[in-house]
Design a protein around this ligand. Structure first.
Ligand code: FEO
Length: 597
């Protein structure tokens, strides 16, 4: 008999007859129904087993008891694979008290007619059950994997009785990787309830656990951080393995060829792991767990009955049902006369959160042609961009667009030339030091503000908040203070240095005094001390990224060929953009333009 500790014995059974667990999951290596007994001054039996093994389990229990009588039967989970022997136990040991949550007793009554009203102990979060040396503390774990579930922790031997959590398919006598079958079990059975598992993991985080006793699979005793980490990844829908999983359905092999060509290209471009599965032949639960395992997914399917091929529909519905999210997806469709697969697949995935579809897509009309091969190449490039960039051999080491990823806020710098107030949009403001406070502001020499600040030595930096509308950028960014009065239509307010600050659309401002100046060629950098600093409200600061995504109007590029200004959306129509071109609206140069796609 397996021993968990001096006083905790294993009394579970192996099911080698079962073909489908829960009547749906293939279990070629069988299934364990684990049960334990704690032999203290009081004796607690931890769960029962599937009804096909009641007699074997009762014999295991009797052997462990050596003539003693159990005081408690703890029911962590009422699903019949663990509770089907409750009545037999209750009959054999009429003085034993049944211990479970209130919800569990309702389910026990529904399954087994009695709710043991005369001999039961209802536990909830934090309930303690003293057995002598051992004390069990209960933790509610709703939806892991039914609503009534509790786990219990024995502080004497530091054992967590984890119910279905940390279980796996397969009997104990099989030598196999824990993660593979534990992942298939978790994603298939508990996958939808990530938030609830996260909540249980938080409860368990404060416990000193040395052994995990689940209701299925092996008892976990070493390197528990490994198992906890995987559960954390799975339940937070994180990426476990860096790589790409391709799933296809193919009637005559043409979609399969496209999937295989893509797989070859992905491997050639350095994708660390590429997995390819034919959904008509792969175990569906295996396919579903793989989709959750990797961060990127490619779905390739034929059109069928003006829909998508049935195996693909089933696969995607499994993903949706389990809350699939936070993934990048490439779509390959095939259709001989009216391709519908891509549209249908995207529609099925609509309820999933945070999915990003690749820009590249592949549309095959029966068999792959040269254009399809180019589309596959483009998809492979897009999916492998990060792998190529990480690799010293394949990376573009002179990609100056990296500089665009430096985070910037957006500010209005206000100044006064002695005659009128002025302001301009600036994005390069940084605090350099805190003792003393030094702030750097970089301003284009062509801006009138540069000239004014250089002469007066003072400015106000107004921090725009995300409430600032586009008209603020038009007013302060797309025209020059040399020609217009940018404060003509507003009633500005003044700080102690006499300069204006914006009455609206800012969350704070700082009055700066220039201490130093660095000539940077096209720009000048003012190194300043802070003479006044005010917080106006707590609204978030407008970043350059926020402006690009949410404030700047979408440029009217439809049907046009040419270039578009990334700052203001001005459209330049023509094949070539002159190198010295200056945007007539915002005055930014050619480097800030991109081709119209
Ligand atoms: Fe192992 Fe949810 O029953």
């Amino acid at each position: 008999m397996m021993t968990i500790s001096d006083e905790i014995r294993y009394i579970g059974v192996a099911d080698r007859q079962i073909d489908l667990f829960e009547s749906q999951y293939r279990v070629p290596e069988g299934m364990m129904y684990n049960s334990y007994v704690i032999l203290d001054e009081k004796i607690a039996v931890m769960d029962t087993v599937d009804g096909h093994f009641t007699e074997q389990w009762l014999a295991n229990l009797a052997a462990a008891l050596s003539g003693r009588t159990p005081d408690y039967l703890v029911v962590h989970h009422v699903e019949p694979d663990h509770s089907a022997s409750i009545l037999a136990f209750a009959e054999r040991y009429p003085d034993a008290v049944i211990v479970a949550s209130a919800q569990a007793f309702r389910l026990i009554a529904a399954f087994y007619v009695t709710d043991f009203a005369q001999r039961r102990l209802v536990v909830t979060q934090g309930t303690e059950l003293a057995l002598g040396t051992h004390t069990l503390t209960f933790y509610t774990a709703p939806m892991v994997h039914w609503p009534e579930v509790v786990m219990s922790y024995d502080s004497a031997d530091k054992v967590l009785f984890s119910a279905d959590a940390f279980g796996k398919f397969g009997a104990l006598d099989v030598e196999e990787d824990w993660a593979c079958e534990a992942r298939r079990y978790y994603i298939g059975i508990v996958g939808k309830y990530g938030a609830q598992v996260q909540s249980v993991l938080k409860k368990a985080a404060g416990l000193d656990i040395q052994t995990i006793c689940p209701l299925h699979g092996p008892i976990l005793t070493e390197n528990l951080g490994y198992y906890l980490n995987l559960y954390n990844i799975w339940s937070s829908y994180g990426v476990e393995t860096d790589g790409i999983a391709i799933f296809y359905t193919s009637v005559y092999g043409n979609t399969k060829k496209a999937a295989e060509l893509l797989a070859d290209k992905l491997k050639a471009k350095g994708c660390p792991k590429v997995s390819v599965a034919d959904l008509a032949r792969e175990d569906m639960a295996e396919a579903v767990e793989d989709a959750f395992r990797y961060g990127k997914l490619v779905i390739a399917s034929t059109t069928y009955n003006a829909d998508v091929f049935p195996f693909m529909r089933t696969f995607l519905e499994h993903l949706v049902e389990r809350g699939y999210k936070k993934r990048t997806i490439g779509v390959i469709e095939n259709g001989s006369w009216a391709p519908m697969a891509a549209k249908t697949m995207k529609a099925i995935l609509e309820p999933c959160k945070d999915l990003k579809f690749t820009n590249a897509s592949v549309k095959i009309m029966s068999a792959m042609n040269d254009e399809n091969k180019q589309q596959i190449e483009a998809m492979a490039n897009e999916l492998c961009e990060e792998y190529e960039a990480r690799n010293n051999e394949t990376a573009n080491k002179n990609d100056l667009t990296a500089l665009f990823n430096i985070g910037y806020g957006l500010y209005v710098v206000t100044s006064n030339d002695g005659k009128k107030d002025n302001g301009c949009i600036v994005n390069t403001v940084s605090q350099l030091t805190s003792q003393p406070n030094r702030v750097a502001v970089c301003i284009n020499k062509q801006n009138y503000t540069h000239h004014v600040v250089k002469s007066t030595g003072i400015m106000n930096v107004n921090c725009l908040s995300i409430e600032a509308p586009f008209k603020v950028f038009e007013n302060f960014g797309f025209q020059s203070g040399r020609n217009v009065d940018k404060f003509a239509n507003c009633s500005p307010m003044r700080s102690d240095n006499g300069l204006v600050f914006l009455p609206h659309y800012i969350n704070s401002f700082m009055s700066l005094k220039v201490e130093d100046y660095i000539d940077l060629g096209t720009h000048g950098m003012f190194i300043c001390s802070v003479t006044e600093a005010r917080v106006i409200n707590r609204i978030e600061t407008m970043t350059y990224t926020y402006y690009q995504k949410n404030v700047k109007p979408k440029p009217a590029t439809e049907g046009k060929k040419g270039w578009v200004c990334k700052v203001c959306g001005y459209v330049y129509e023509g094949d070539e953009l002159p190198e010295d071109f200056i945007c007539p609206l915002c005055k930014h140069g050619a480097a800030d333009f991109e081709p119209i796609k």
